[in-house]
Write a protein that binds this ligand. Structure first.
Ligand SMILES: [Zn+2]
Length: 77
C-alpha cells in the first residue's frame, strides 16, 4: 500500500485531497479514467492514489481489455 504523505516528498508542497485523471495504456487500447479520487501536491502536482481506488482502476482496465476497446473514457466521479 502506498503511504499518502501530508507533505510532498519531492518539493515540500502541501498534499491535499482532490481528483486526478488516470490513463492506462494496455497496448491493445487506452483507458482514460477521469475524476479519480486522489491526493495531490499543490505545488508540483504529484499524485497519490488510495489502494482501494487503484484496485477499482485495475477492474476498469480489465473490463476494457476484455471488450477490446481502443479508447475508453470512464468517469469515477
Ligand atoms: Zn510536490
Amino acid at each position: 500500500m502506498k503511504h499518502i504523505p501530508s507533505q510532498c516528498p519531492l518539493c515540500g508542497g502541501k498534499v491535499e485531497a482532490g481528483t486526478t485523471t488516470f490513463t492506462v495504456d494496455m497496448k491493445t487500447g487506452v483507458v482514460v479514467v477521469r475524476n479519480v479520487p486522489a491526493y495531490l501536491c499543490n505545488q508540483c502536482g504529484e499524485d497519490w492514489i488510495d489502494n482501494s481506488v487503484s484496485l477499482e482502476l485495475v477492474k476498469i482496465a480489465d473490463r476494457a481489455k476484455k471488450q477490446n476497446t481502443q479508447l475508453e473514457m470512464v468517469s469515477m466521479g
